[in-house]
Write a protein that binds this ligand. Structure first.
Ligand code: G6Q
Length: 548
């Protein structure tokens, strides 16, 4: 790492004074003064076109942001990640999701082991299994083929699979039913299996650690449901497979290690959809399309690894995010995919971005004195336009948007697609340029409405445009965000690959769990005590109130 703290780096200081100079410039001014801007502030790689001209930046801003990336050793740190160095400092681990997407003939030796060979040997096992299930050769306990696949996992072991399944549904086998159970709320499991037959159902228990309470609770209920339905404990062998790094725990749960698909501690949960965690994706879309998705990931990995910083898509997006968060002070980012198949992408990116960069100390453990990860959220277009876009256009909080559009629909139907796409362009335009008082008056607006109808504009957006949503494109798109997150984390000097913040809540829940159904005296703070006491009362467990 660079020795200087972030806010003392030369490029940071230059950006701060540059910001003071351009802070009052409106996007209207920037476009008026520079008619080529829209054609120049853009970049394209591996089928993704990024228009970043509607951000509040100039060429000088971009030059300084690239200088900040250089001064923050982005290229060195990126190379260290690709090499397998332990860049996840707080957990002392390599971070090698990029190895999951490397070609079969590549080699990457980490701690004495060729991880690419490991990756492809698991991929081959996944393919054999997927082909067996998809062809009907894999028979359930009563001799019937599998028709339903239920992935049980949470967080990184759920969001990638469910997002990819929805995103690539067009390419999926329609005679197979896919369900995803994550929440420990029994409703999730009960509703998932309500209308499916146990003897035609395969459960994939996806858990890196195989210790996650939610997943194990759901997995046990699944096993009980199956055994109760089929009346035979031995049925588990044909209806349960596991995806994990922990073969001992998988064996202890009762799943034959022969039916376990392995991954490794150098794959972070939220970076795992290209690993065996993607087994449900492969079952849905088949091995060929899964390989195409991996190729798409790899193409973006290579672009990130080799393209000059100033033309590097993840670097550009990451540095603009730093500019928006730290110099313009925007605390939030909206991701709006204009493709219904990407409806779970915002939820997926929420975890990727916020779990990775929601950190308040540097790699050295010092408290940061600048903003880090922005709040990410979103909805597929055009739905959001009829609800929360109001705030984005006229609210007092500025929310930079990523608008994601495609030139072709996978379901062409009449004019639908052009209607959809016109909204991508129109929203970016409206956000940037707004509508002035003069324009509002000129449109004959009654005077009492003029102030209400003025749109300030000057609200930033990125537009990402691609030809069509394919497995390959999805891989490239996810890798783009992964490396943008990495870029931001590197500038901020934080560990984008740990997640200690989720631990405390888990530990406290374990403490509280036995108290909910007991008479034990409550020794928490007065609010928690009162809540638990009231919960006991509502449950009808009056004499277990334990508070008074
Ligand atoms: C992701 C997080 C977290 C994790 C889940 C599930 O980066 O670490 O979301 O994926 O807690 O963990 P297991 O896969 O170990 O069950």
């Amino acid at each position: 790492m660079t020795s200087l703290p972030l806010r003392q780096r030369a490029a940071w200081l230059a950006l701060a004074s540059h910001h003071a100079q351009i802070a009052d410039l409106h996007l209207r001014d920037l476009f008026a003064a520079d008619p080529e801007r829209g054609a120049r502030l853009r970049a394209e790689a591996v089928g993704l076109y990024l228009d970043y001209s509607k951000n509040r930046v100039t060429d000088e801003t971009m030059r300084l942001l690239v200088a900040l990336a250089q001064e923050s050793d982005l290229a060195e740190r990126r190379d260290a990640m690709f090499r397998g160095d332990h860049v996840n400092v707080s957990e002392d681990r390599a971070v090698l999701h990029v190895a999951l997407r490397m070609a079969r003939d590549a080699t990457l030796i980490v701690d004495g082991v060729d991880v690419v060979r490991q990756v492809h040997s698991v991929l081959e096992r996944m393919e054999q299994f997927a082909n067996q299930v998809r062809s009907g050769a894999w028979k359930g306990h009563t001799g019937k083929p599998i028709k339903n696949i239920v992935n049980i996992g949470i967080g990184g072991s759920d969001l990638g699979p469910v997002m990819a399944y929805e995103a690539l549904r067009h390419f999926s086998r329609r005679d197979l039913t896919f369900r995803f159970v994550s929440n420990v709320d029994a409703t999730d499991f009960v509703e998932a299996v309500r209308d499916i037959a146990a003897d035609e159902t395969l459960f994939i228990i996806s858990s890196k650690t195989f210790t996650t309470l939610e997943t194990l609770t759901n997995a046990r209920s699944a096993r009980e449901w199956l055994v109760a339905s089929l009346g035979d404990e031995s049925a588990v062998a044909k209806h349960f497979v596991a995806v994990s790094t922990n073969d001992a725990k998988v064996g202890a749960f009762g799943i034959d290690p022969a039916n376990m698909f392995e991954f490794w501690d150098w794959v972070g949960g939220r970076y795992s959809m290209a690993s065996a965690i993607g087994l449900s994706t492969m079952l849905a879309i088949g091995p060929k399309h899964f390989r195409e998705m991996l190729e798409g990931f790899h193409a973006m990995d290579e672009h990130f690894r080799t393209a000059p910083l100033a033309q590097n898509l993840p670097v550009l997006m990451g540095m603009i995010a730093v500019w928006n968060a730290n110099f313009l002070g925007y605390p939030s980012v909206g991701v709006m995919p204009y493709d219904q198949y990407l409806k779970r992408l915002p939820a997926y990116l929420q975890q990727l971005t916020m779990e990775s960069n929601g950190k308040h100390v540097t790699l050295d453990g010092d408290r940061v004195d600048y903003a880090t990860g922005a709040v990410h959220w979103g909805e597929p277009g055009t739905n959001g336009q009829h609800s929360f876009y109001q705030l984005i256009h006229q609210g007092t909080t500025v929310v930079p948007l990523d608008l994601i559009g495609f030139a072709e629909s996978l379901n062409p139907l009449g004019e639908h697609h052009d209607v959809l796409s016109s909204n991508v362009f129109a929203q970016a335009q409206a956000l940037a340029f707004g509508k002035t008082e003069t324009e509002v008056r000129a449109a004959g607006t009654p005077e009492r409405q003029v102030a209400h109808r003025v749109m300030e504009g000057n609200r930033p957006s990125n537009v990402l445009l691609a030809k069509v949503l394919s497995p390959r494109l999805l891989g490239s798109l996810v890798a783009l965000y992964e490396h943008s997150v990495f870029t931001q984390g590197t500038i901020w000097g934080i560990d984008s690959f740990d997640q200690w913040g989720v631990e405390l809540g888990k530990a406290l829940a374990n403490e509280i769990l036995p108290e909910l159904d007991s008479h034990a005296e409550l020794t928490h703070d007065s609010s928690t005590n009162a809540l638990i006491a009231h919960y006991r009362t509502l449950k009808g467990n009056e004499d277990a109130r334990g508070d008074d």
